[in-house]
Design a protein around this ligand. Structure first.
Ligand code: SAM
Ligand code: SF4
Length: 348
């Protein structure tokens, strides 16, 4: 591991130095995803079981605690933050946290603040997100058929998600749709989704389903590689590779003549770990260095003990724990190796 300390005063003197987190494989970690709650008003069939147990409220980091950690992360070189969950917009008073984080964007301490949301409460919050300095958000949407949507999300209302997307666009937020590819479940939803995104000026990102968490039925049966899932779209349109890069793991394509920008996230079929720049803070204060690994450090205790230097020390320890790559392929093949955490615990 190399630990870089760049002697560099930030514009407002907010931190005495800005370090850079370089892991043992030479990757610069500058992107933090924060799961602000593990709770959700949906129960997407690929994400969690219908009867899910959530953390007691006393285990959750308070907003003050999250902000205290964010200051340490920024001092260590984090430049981008994505809020996720569970569903971030169901946590009570979430606007308090979003506005506080927005101050770091406005002060230049962060390059980007974004969110991944199921969109169900976006109509209410779109204006707040925009005024906090968010420029773009991801909205998860696996089909445009209301009945199929209700089935996949186990109770979600498509109309409220669509209203949320339109509200976000009305507030000039760029919207990227996240669509999880599900064999025999939403394969026929791809062409309508591509048309919808092209018509409304949205990016579309497809995601292979990952084997996270126990009790999720039919995970193996639902997995489909994106090469196969996208075949009907490729049969109809040409794909041109794009140089475009976002902070995340997607590879991008231009779909002509639709004019659609299509992202492909292929954790299973085409590994992308070489360029991983991300770490994840769970709602109870653990730092996971990889979505596909149990290795973590617990920052909450150090924080509650009131020793900031311990937090810094733990961040350096965490950096040494970052594995070279996930092992989802073997975990999918052998259910006994399945990670206990569901996606809602660490966030997407
Ligand atoms: N509730 C928000 C949402 O759905 O957008 C944010 C949290 S959700 C866990 C983040 C992303 O993870 C969503 O796009 C969701 O579709 C995706 N996701 C959940 N479980 C997954 C799995 N097992 N494999 C791949 N993606 C998954
Ligand atoms: Fe909730 Fe998002 Fe998981 Fe669906 S994918 S159950 S919306 S956390």
């Amino acid at each position: 591991m190399r630990w870089h300390r760049l002697i560099q005063l930030c514009p407002k003197g907010f931190c005495a130095y800005i370090a850079q987190m370089i892991d043992g494989f030479g990757r610069n970690i500058d992107y933090l995803r924060i799961s602000v709650t593990d709770r959700c008003n949906f129960r997407c069939a690929y994400c969690m079981p219908e009867q899910q147990t959530f953390l007691p409220h006393s285990d959750l980091l308070t907003y003050d605690e999250i902000m205290a950690l964010v200051e340490r992360f920024i001092a260590h070189g984090i430049r981008k933050i994505r809020l996720t969950g569970g569903e971030p917009l169901v946590r009570r008073d979430i606007e308090v946290l979003i506005e506080a984080l927005g101050q770091h964007v406005k002060a230049g301490h962060l390059d980007e603040l974004t969110m991944t949301t199921n969109g169900s409460r976006l109509q209410k919050f779109a204006s707040l997100l925009a005024s906090a300095g968010m420029k773009r958000i991801n909205v998860s949407l696996d089909t445009l058929d209301p009945n199929a949507f209700r089935q996949i999300s186990r109770g979600g209302d498509l109309a409220s998600v669509l209203a949320g997307i339109h509200a976000a666009r009305a507030h000039d937020l760029d919207v990227k749709i996240n669509m999880v590819a599900l064999k025999n479940e939403n394969e026929d939803a791809l062409l309508p989704m591509a048309d919808f995104c092209a018509e409304h000026g949205l990016d579309l990102t497809l995601i292979e389903t990952m084997p996270l968490g126990a009790g999720v039925l039919e995970r193996e049966e639902r997995y489909i590689a994106l090469d196969d899932f996208t075949a009907p779209l490729r049969a109809r349109y040409r794909f041109h590779p794009l140089a475009h890069k976002s902070a995340g793991p997607a590879r991008y394509w231009r779909v002509d003549t639709l004019g659609l920008r299509l992202g492909l996230i292929t954790p299973m079929s085409h590994n992308f770990c070489d360029h991983c720049n991300r770490i994840r803070l769970t709602t109870d204060g653990k730092i996971y260095m990889c979505l596909g690994s149990e290795l973590h450090v617990d920052l909450r205790k150090a924080l509650r003990d009131g020793v900031p230097s311990d937090v810094d020390h733990l961040l350096q320890t965490a950096l040494r724990l970052k594995p070279q790559r996930h092992e989802f392929e073997s975990q999918l093949a052998q259910p006994g190796l399945r990670l206990a955490r569901h996606m809602n615990a660490t966030g997407g």
